[in-house]
Design a protein around this ligand. Structure first.
Ligand SMILES: *[C@@H]1O[C@H](CO)[C@@H](O)[C@H](O)[C@H]1NC(C)=O
Ligand SMILES: *[C@@H]1O[C@H](CO)[C@@H](O)[C@H](O)[C@H]1NC(C)=O
Ligand SMILES: *[C@@H]1O[C@H](CO)[C@@H](O)[C@H](O)[C@H]1NC(C)=O
Length: 509
């Protein structure tokens, strides 16, 4: 018995001391781990990693509108100047989403200008695809006009809203001349192997507008169709196209009806579009394509001294009430709003003298309605922005330019179609927005309007720069896709690279 007691008490002592030993060593281990972390700076590193996230919330709580504008500026700076980037980092206005982008572009450190400017190789397509459509004729053996002395004019009126092709091509041509623009975002390279993207200079919107309509009883193909056929033939014969299957090509199709035929064959390329309304998602989608703004037709409201109270109309709508596709909401809205005395409906297109009335109307209104019509997007949104009339967007499938760096909810009101057609919903929502909130949005409109202005020569942060930068943000993903597509290059070619007139696969992304 005594022996057993002794041995069991020894066991207890042993057990107790081993628990103590274990606890002590654990504490020591934890402490030493903590010290190691401190001395190697990992704790500090973790601190740094956490900070931007907390800024994420402070940026998005809407408490400071200015911060968001600055972060948008900052993102553009990744293509311009590394000092600006550093400065923005210190003052804490970085949007962390954009911070991720810098890592993508510059591998952690921001590089100097030449590495961040988009390098573009442009095909020397015959003039009939571009400036020839404007009546320009080449002299000598260049297929391009000398943009220092001779810029062919683009036709006005409604054509202008899709003139993106014109501005981008001019900007590429101008990039070859020194002093053309201080803040260049694009540079033309002559060696396609050095290019980030291969630009296809076909003025497809103009081709559709000018030569896309069949005369009655005319069975012949339109010139627009012929040009598209020629373009497909030309492109698929090029070394550059064969190399990538078109994956690094940039094609303009801003008018919703442009490139209707060719797009089914050129779908691996990145398109510049106004929306995806008439595209299957396999042909065009947010991942690979770039949305560009319409060029507004109403002139910019310079020295806008208006106020909430000086704009008498509450809600302005200009356009057709009856549209064929997707435009049913317009009729419903018209019947819901027609008896509101401070809502204004103006019917028809804004061509000719209509444009003056629309200018007056939008500048005299607090809010401007943008309802989906034949397509989800329309020029009206950009007219509203230029008029500093807060857009009310009722278009569930709309796509907006550079939305990855611009928060439209700061200067637009979005309403779901299903809500908008509920009785009194829309008018109550609009009436609920007071002077202070409206003025904030109006100020924001004035801050962002230059992102939607087209210039030649291009200007810093104008639409031309913003579109190039949107393209530049696509480039890393395009290169990845390109390299992945080479995995099976030793196997027999697939349909993908052969480019017969095959329908696009449903989910090629
Ligand atoms: C084009 O660039 C590639 C890669 O930099 C180079 O190997 C090639 O020699 C260049 N071609 C010409 C014609 O300069
Ligand atoms: C804005 O300025 C114009 C011309 O300078 C003037 O006629 C108008 O009354 C001003 N509007 C307001 C709201 O002050
Ligand atoms: C694709 O491959 C090239 C080498 O041919 C390489 O320089 C480039 O970094 C690769 N791109 C990506 C996105 O991995």
């Amino acid at each position: 018995m005594a022996e057993r007691n002794a041995s069991s008490s020894i066991k207890v002592v042993f057990r107790k001391s081993s628990v103590l030993f274990f606890t002590t060593t654990s504490i020591l281990f934890l402490m030493s781990w903590f010290f190691v972390l401190r001395s190697t700076g990992r704790v500090r590193f973790i601190d740094h990693k956490l900070l931007p996230n907390s800024k994420l919330f402070s940026t998005f709580d809407g408490s400071s509108n200015l911060q968001n504008v600055e972060s948008a500026f900052w993102n553009r700076a990744i293509l311009v100047d590394s000092e600006d980037v550093e400065a923005a980092g210190e003052s804490g206005t970085i949007n962390p989403i954009e911070k991720g982008k810098v890592v993508q572009h510059g591998g952690g450190k921001c590089n100097r200008n030449d590495e961040l400017v988009l390098k573009v190789f442009m095909y020397d397509l015959p003039p009939e695809f571009h400036f020839g459509l404007l009546g320009w004729k080449p002299s000598g053996n260049s297929v391009w006009p000398d943009v220092r002395s001779n810029i062919p004019g683009y036709p006005g009126g409604l054509n202008l809203q899709h003139s993106i092709e014109f501005w981008l091509t001019l900007d590429i041509l101008a990039s070859e001349f020194p002093h053309s623009s201080k803040a260049r975002t694009v540079i033309r390279v002559r060696n396609s192997s050095e290019a980030d993207i291969i630009f296809v200079p076909f003025f497809s919107s103009l081709s559709y507008n000018r030569f896309g309509r069949v005369k009655s009883n005319d069975k012949k193909k339109t010139m627009n169709k012929l040009l598209q056929e020629e373009l497909v033939k030309y492109l698929t014969a090029q070394e550059e196209w064969k190399r990538s299957g078109g994956k690094d090509h940039l094609i303009l199709a801003h008018h919703p009806n442009s490139m209707l035929e060719a797009r089914m064959k050129l779908w691996p390329a990145t398109f510049i579009l106004s929306d995806f309304g008439r595209y299957p998602t396999s042909i065009a989608n947010v991942e690979k394509d770039v949305i560009a703004p319409y060029k507004h037709l109403i002139s910019s409201y310079v020295n806008d001294n208006s106020t909430f109270d000086s704009r008498p109309t509450l809600l302005y709508f200009q356009g057709a009430i009856y549209r064929k596709d997707g435009g049913l909401a317009r009729q419903e809205l018209f019947y819901l709003l027609k008896d509101e005395k401070d809502a204004h409906f103006s019917f028809g297109s804004i061509q000719n003298d209509g444009i003056e009335k629309a200018t007056e109307g939008m500048r005299a209104s607090k809010f401007c309605l943008n309802v989906a019509g034949d397509t989800p997007s329309s020029n009206r949104l950009f007219d509203a922005i230029a008029s500093h009339c807060v857009p009310v967007i009722i278009s569930d499938a709309i796509e907006l330019p550079y939305e990855d760096v611009l928060d439209y909810s700061e200067f637009c009101i979005f309403v779901r179609t299903s809500d908008a057609i509920k009785e009194n919903y829309l008018i109550n929502l609009i009436r609920g927005i007071g002077k202070e909130e409206w003025t904030q949005m109006w100020n924001k409109l004035k801050e962002v309007e230059h992102f939607f202005e087209f210039h030649f020569p291009s200007k810093e942060n104008d639409a031309v720069h913003m579109i190039w930068q949107a393209v530049a943000r696509k480039v890393p993903a395009l290169k990845l896709k390109f390299n992945r597509s080479k995995r099976f290059s030793r196997s027999p070619p697939s349909l993908d690279t052969e480019l017969k007139s095959i329908p696009a696969p449903r989910n090629f992304w």
